[in-house]
Structure formats: structure tokens, C-alpha cells
Write a protein that binds this ligand. Structure first.
Ligand SMILES: [Zn+2]
Length: 263
């Protein structure tokens, strides 16, 4: 942390996306603790690895030294990056890579530019740590629910998104992404959008448990296969409604699973 003018700003964060420009440079989208989501130019990042080493890799948590922006430019200058923790081993398993990338993609799509959200960085790093033992849909649910809550898109699960009541949530309830989550049996007839799905009591209980679980503990949640699949579909519907476009990591994971099932 340092002065506003001229000197470098040191913070930590992760790379959301890297785009080659010119002969040797990279433009990197970063999610930083102190500045939130910013774009920076890493000069010479492709011609010389000396200044950046492996710190600009995917799934690496790094200390980042940012220089002053050029006048009139939105780009910061990335002067230096040093790896703090490397989670790239998640990439050895295509399903884990998809899950870890899903977290990145949600942070990239749901956070505003240049607004600090240190809790979102902690959630992303917590997701990567929690995935290290292996893929866990429950960890993804806990991450989604916590990130949405943090960013002001909290999913209604123990209150009706229509009337605010906590009655009739387990009798004829539906899940309505456009209204913000659970809709009680009394209000359900007014939820008719394309994304509306039934919300069985067991699925709601599972999502409530995932919302309350620390990421590190979520993998231990016990749930029936059908309920886990239903919860995934509901939450992907919710997140898709928020983001407003298909998520590449979701398509990637679906492809991987399809490939694993094929002979
Ligand atoms: Zn209601």
C-alpha cells in the first residue's frame, strides 16, 4: 500500500484473464484485494519471465506491484508479480480445472470494476483450497451462495422472495431466479418465468446447509444424488440469470462429464 501518485501500489490478487498484445506484452485482468477488478499491462511478460516468473499463471495467488496509470488510460502497469500460493495443480484434473475456473468466472462477471471486494478474493482462494482434495459440488454451492450474498445478490432460501414469509416454504414452493430464490407455495402461482423450477424441501434444506457451511467444511455435507443435481440446476439458473450469458466453465465441465461417460 503506498502513495496515490507515481509510486507503486502493492497488493495481492489473481489473474482473471491474460491477453497477448504486441510482440511480448500481456494485458491482464486482475482481481486484487485492494483495488478490486482492474486491467494492467505486463510489459515484456512474454519475452522475459524474469520479472513475473510463474506468478502470472492461471490459479496462482500472487503479490502484485502496480505502477501508476498513464494519463487517460484505464490500464495500470504491472511492474512485478510474485507467487504466494500456486493452485495450478488443480488443472491436472479437468473437472477440478472446470470448477476452479467457474469460481474465477463468477468473480470476473459479478464484481464491478475498480471496487475493492476483499471478501470475494478470500472466497476464491478458499474455493481453490477446498477443491484440492477433489471435486465437490457442495463446495461450489457454498461458494456461489457466499459470493452472491457478499455482492448483494443473496439467494432467498429461508424466506419467500415474494412475500417475505417463512411459512409454506416446504409445500408447493418453487425456485425463481428472477425473483431471487425460494418462492413459497402461496406465492408460487405468480412465478411463471421460464427459469422457475420446483423446490423440494430436501433441496432447500441442502442449499441452506451449503449457505451456512464454511467452504472447507462443505464437502462433508451429506445429500442424495437427485437433490444434489437439482440444487446444481437451481443455482446454475440463478447465477446464469445474474450473469446474463452462458458461462464457459459450465459448458467446459459439461463437456468433460460427457467425455467421461462416453465409451
Ligand atoms: Zn410467499
Amino acid at each position: 500500500m503506498s502513495g496515490l501518485h507515481g509510486s507503486a501500489h502493492t497488493t495481492d490478487g489473481v489473474i482473471l484473464r491474460a491477453t497477448p498484445v504486441g510482440e511480448s506484452d500481456l494485458v491482464v485482468a486482475l482481481f486484487t484485494r485492494e483495488l478490486g477488478r482492474v486491467s494492467a499491462i505486463a510489459r515484456g511478460a512474454r519475452s522475459s519471465r524474469r520479472r513475473f516468473g510463474g506468478a502470472l499463471g492461471v490459479l496462482v495467488h500472487s503479490e502484485l506491484a502496480l505502477g501508476r496509470r498513464a494519463r487517460g488510460s484505464e490500464l495500470w502497469s504491472l511492474e512485478r508479480a510474485t507467487a504466494i500460493a500456486d493452485h495450478a495443480a488443480l488443472g491436472n484434473d479437468p473437472v477440478l480445472l472446470g470448477h476452479a475456473s467457474y469460481g474465477l468466472e463468477l468473480v470476473r462477471e459479478l464484481t464491478p470494476a475498480e471496487a475493492p471486494e476483499p471478501g470475494a478474493l478470500e472466497l476464491l482462494l478458499g474455493l481453490w483450497r477446498a477443491l484440492a482434495p477433489g471435486p465437490s459440488p457442495s463446495v461450489l454451492r457454498a461458494f456461489e451462495l457466499a459470493l452472491c450474498e457478499l455482492l448483494g445478490h443473496g439467494v432467498a432460501l429461508d424466506r419467500c422472495a415474494g412475500c417475505g414469509g417463512d411459512e409454506a416454504l416446504d409445500a408447493g414452493a418453487v425456485f425463481d431466479p428472477a425473483r431471487g430464490g425460494a418462492v413459497c407455495g402461496g406465492c408460487a402461482p405468480t412465478s411463471r418465468g421460464a427459469g422457475v423450477r420446483p423446490l423440494p424441501a430436501t433441496v432447500r434444506a441442502y442449499l441452506c446447509a451449503a449457505a451456512a457451511a464454511p467452504l472447507a467444511d462443505a464437502a462433508a455435507l451429506v445429500v442424495a444424488d437427485d437433490d444434489r443435481a437439482a440444487a446444481r440446476d437451481l443455482m446454475l439458473g440463478f447465477v446464469g440469470h445474474l450473469v446474463g450469458k452462458p458461462l464457459r466453465s459450465v459448458a467446459f465441465v459439461a463437456q468433460v462429464h460427457a467425455g467421461l461417460r462416453s465409451p
